[in-house]
Design a protein around this ligand. Structure first.
Ligand code: SAH
Ligand code: F3S
Length: 484
């Protein structure tokens, strides 16, 4: 499994209309599209939940919608261009249905704020990632014929009290957000500006959500945060509730390893995943917790961005190449069958051929299972944009990216081949895209596994013996049900 540029998410379909079970009490129609990271998809579930209470049912037909919302991504210029194209499409539909209102949500809303209303005449509403609870008020404004904007970022909003409606309708996998925002300030990244300061959600509300998902029959949850390892909940309150550092330290805190353990213990029959880990904050406690509980999947998404210590420093990543390698070694010692995946950026400002070679040699060392690889895209307002010239020519960035992707493809093939003849546990998620007689699911390492359906059904945990593979997929046959 290797992906370039456009695809950031494994299973979620970018830009596909999100459709829910409808309530007969609701009369208005919402067309809701999402782009970008898993956090955006999780946020869309919160938005859909808030709007269901405002009388909206979802629809997959934009033409019949009263309200069109697009949850947007700013991470790279290309992501924003995709959304701009969609806005043109909405504009065309609005010409046929002038009553239709259009709202922009998420990171582009936050980044461009009211510029949207000026530049893109078709937009009626602009709502940043921390302002979704204000949607009912904003919609009233819109209905009264006024433009509505709320892009205020919050220090404590976690939407912990909103029970999201699930938009991934397979009823098997669910996203549960545990932190919002990011304090890391990687110099290339727009997220700290669009999603604000990092805050952790109350573990109690996380557990309630997980238990509720278990009751509804979900089989796998992914704990989400820009940087899950820095999850920290202070006793009864938020950081700001304490007078000083020592008072805060005295309060009982829950860190990520403890949260992970709480969730794993609460639902032993459910698979637990998490994303994303940041090398600088990942503790050995987390690794030991993963090793201790069978239901925590042995997979770590561990973005590295570059294999050159000099570039990592320019990126304001708080670790060196050597420290990253040490962490990889510890993961392999503590969790021998752990799948490790990456994010990498080719052509960060000042990157030399030597730096690029460092990235390739690091990849050779780790042999990632899969990864998400990008060319550097300068984002306005970030430290890199302010301080560094985007000086690697586009053609060079592309060539380096191709080399990185080729290497990943080789390693993915190596990793899948290691499974030949072995038996892996698979959670069945859906029908295979290529064959109606096969199921598709994932191994603990998040590798896609395809095998004949027989009498099994989605949501079953099955032992599958691997008989064949491609660089992205394991192919096999079921040898029995497993219980987790
Ligand atoms: N901490 C986040 C990172 C979000 S962005 C997470 O957990 O997923 C996802 C990836 O996009 C980053 O890891 C990085 O590899 C890439 N990225 C971020 N900003 C970028 C930029 N300006 N240009 C190219 N790629 C970028
Ligand atoms: Fe961005 Fe770095 Fe945070 S990549 S989301 S600033 S960890």
């Amino acid at each position: 499994m290797y992906r370039m540029e456009e695809k950031i998410i494994d299973e979620t379909k970018q830009g596909e209309a999100l459709v829910l079970e409808n309530s007969s009490a609701n009369s208005r129609k919402l067309y809701l599209e999402s782009y970008g990271c898993q956090m955006n998809f999780s946020d869309s579930e919160i938005v859909a939940s808030i709007l269901a209470k405002e009388g909206y049912n979802t629809t997959s037909l934009m033409e019949e919608a009263d309200l069109v919302l697009v949850n947007t991504c700013s991470i790279r210029d290309k992501a924003e261009q995709t959304v701009r194209k969609r806005l043109e499409k909405y504009n065309a539909v609005k010409k046929i249905n002038p009553k239709m209102k259009v709202g922009v949500l998420g990171c582009m809303a936050e980044r461009l704020k009211s510029k949207f209303l000026e530049e893109e005449k078709i937009v009626d509403m602009v709502v940043g990632p921390d302002a979704y609870k204000d949607l009912p008020n904003l919609l009233e404004e819109v209905e009264a014929g006024r433009d509505a904007v709320n892009v205020v970022l919050s220090k404590d909003e976690t939407y912990g009290d909103i029970s999201p409606v699930r938009l991934d309708t397979n009823g098997i996998n669910a996203l549960v957000s545990i932190t919002r925002g990011c304090d890391n300030m990687c110099t290339f990244c727009v997220v700290p500006f669009t999603r604000g300061r990092e805050r952790s959600r109350n573990p109690k509300s996380i557990l309630e959500e997980v238990n509720d998902l278990a009751r509804k029959g979900y089989k796998e949850i992914t704990l989400l945060g820009q940087n899950v390892d820095s999850y920290l909940w202070y006793g009864g309150g938020l950081k700001k509730d304490f007078k000083n550092a020592s008072e805060m330290q005295q309060a009982t805190a829950t860190d990520f390893a403890q949260l992970l353990e709480m969730v794993a213990v609460a639902q032993p029959g459910m698979r637990i995943r998490f994303s994303t880990s940041n090398p600088q904050d990942m503790t050995e406690d987390v690794l030991h917790t993963m090793a201790k509980y069978k239901n925590i999947c042995n997979h770590i998404h561990l973005p590295v961005q570059s294999g050159s210590t000099r570039i990592l420093k320019e990126m304001n990543r708080q670790h060196t190449r050597e420290e990253y390698i040490k962490l990889i070694d510890r993961i392999n010692e503590i969790i021998p069958d752990c799948g490790i995946s990456q994010d990498l950026i080719a052509g960060f400002p000042t990157e030399t051929e030597e730096d690029h070679q460092d990235t390739l040699s690091l990849m050779e060392y780790v042999k990632y299972y899969f990864g998400f690889m990008f060319t550097y895209s300068e984002r306005p307002g970030t430290m890199a944009a302010r301080k560094l010239e985007d000086d690697v020519p586009e053609a060079v960035k592309k060539r380096r990216l191709t080399e990185i992707v080729d290497m990943q493809r080789k390693h993915s093939a190596y990793r899948t081949q290691q499974f030949l003849g072995k038996t892996v546990e698979v959670l069945i998620e859906r029908e295979s895209k290529k064959s109606t007689t096969d199921w598709s699911g994932r191994s603990e390492q998040s590798l896609v596994v395809v095998f004949p359906k027989e009498h099994y059904k989605p949501g079953d945990f099955v032992q599958v013996k691997i008989t064949d593979c491609t660089s992205a997929t394991l192919i096999g046959e079921a040898v029995g049900q497993s219980k987790l």
